[in-house]
Write a protein that binds this ligand. Structure first.
Ligand code: SF4
Length: 332
């Protein structure tokens, strides 16, 4: 397969097939730079040179009853992660203002629990979203787990939620190896409830958990199928105490290859480099945009520390790219 012919077909609106996506994972050695160059062109064509940033806040940390094997916040693993209940609205809004000052266009409320339930918790979340939205400085987003009732998605939409993150994490085939307390279909159903309310979908996965390239491609194809607007590409940063604590980190070029294939399979999506960026890409972080990413997170992750946001803004400038203006986010 000629990667540049595939690139040209995608630029004209074509779609990469499963076999083609699988073949992209075989690019190696000097050919790898061809893969990155083609992915970079696709990013430029569909997303331009304006990079989006988002920040997240862990609004409820630790003691999650689920058993996701990569997660330091599951109550089943001894990880020493900080534990606290849902923060109050003022604390959340204050942090949203700080994220806007750092240059983020989106601010996500993230909670460690199975899913969002009706009652006081939903009321608190909706009040936080309404207040952040009313300030008009940053888009309010959320990542609050499984939604089992359409009325919850409706309440979030009415409160002004812009985008909801709910990762597929991996392929349907591999999913039972990473979680047994909920299913792949639970995750797909959550996305359907949100889409029905017109909420943007942020959904991606974690690479480097022992999955095959077939698993990677099948997850990306499912993300294309569900119409993910934003696709976070996380690289496993093994957390001591979790069942994945001893898994070796993915090499940087393999991480970049995952970003490039994601760009080929989801050409119009906002491909976001997320967790594990610093730990796995190391000095090759500056390559992430040239391998197809159009977005990254600013500041800290859920249970690990990100780097100084000023370094990322400088990186953008050094790469000849610019930060998207806040208004640009409404376009996707
Ligand atoms: S549901 Fe979320 S917070 Fe809970 S264990 Fe899984 S990934 Fe961690």
């Amino acid at each position: 397969m000629d990667v540049f012919q595939l690139r040209d077909r995608i630029l004209k609106g074509g779609r990469a097939t499963r076999d083609e996506a699988l073949e992209l994972f075989t690019y190696d050695g000097p050919d790898l730079m061809d893969l990155f160059a083609a992915a970079n062109r696709i990013r430029h064509h569909f997303r331009g040179d304006r990079i989006t940033f988002c920040s997240i806040m862990n609004v409820k940390s630790g003691k999650c009853a689920e058993d996701c094997v990569f997660c330091a916040q599951s109550v089943r693993y001894k990880t020493g992660v900080q534990e606290y209940q849902l923060l109050d609205v003022d604390a959340i809004v204050t942090e949203a203002r700080e994220a806007a000052k750092r240059g983020s266009g989106c601010f996500g409320l993230v909670a460690a629990w199975r899913g969002l339930t009706k009652g006081a918790i939903l009321d608190n979340v909706c009040e936080s979203l309404r207040r952040i939205k009313a300030e008009g400085i940053i888009h309010p987003d959320a990542s609050l787990g499984i939604i089992e009732d359409a009325s919850i998605a409706r309440a979030l939409a009415e409160a002004g939620l812009h985008e909801y993150n709910h990762n597929l994490e991996t392929s349907r085939r591999f999913f039972p190896r990473i979680c047994t307390t909920h299913s792949y279909d639970d995750r797909l159903q959550t996305i359907r409830f949100l889409k029905a309310e017109g909420i943007h979908i942020c959904s991606g996965g974690i690479f480097g958990m022992g999955e095959t390239v077939q698993d990677r491609v099948d997850m990306l194809l499912d993300l294309r199928e569900v119409g993910a607007d934003t696709v976070p590409v996380n690289f496993l940063n093994p957390m001591p105490g979790t069942p994945m604590g001893d898994v070796a980190k993915m090499p940087p070029l393999e991480c970049l290859r995952c970003l490039a294939v994601a760009r080929f399979v989801l050409p119009e999506a906002d491909i976001k480099t997320a967790g594990g960026r610093e730990a796995c890409l190391r000095d090759l972080q500056s390559m992430m945009f040239f391998a197809g990413a159009s977005s990254t997170m600013l500041g800290n992750y859920l249970t690990t520390t990100g780097r100084n946001s000023g370094m990322d803004l400088q990186l953008l400038e050094d790469c000849g790219l610019t930060a998207a203006e806040k208004g640009a986010f409404a376009a996707y």
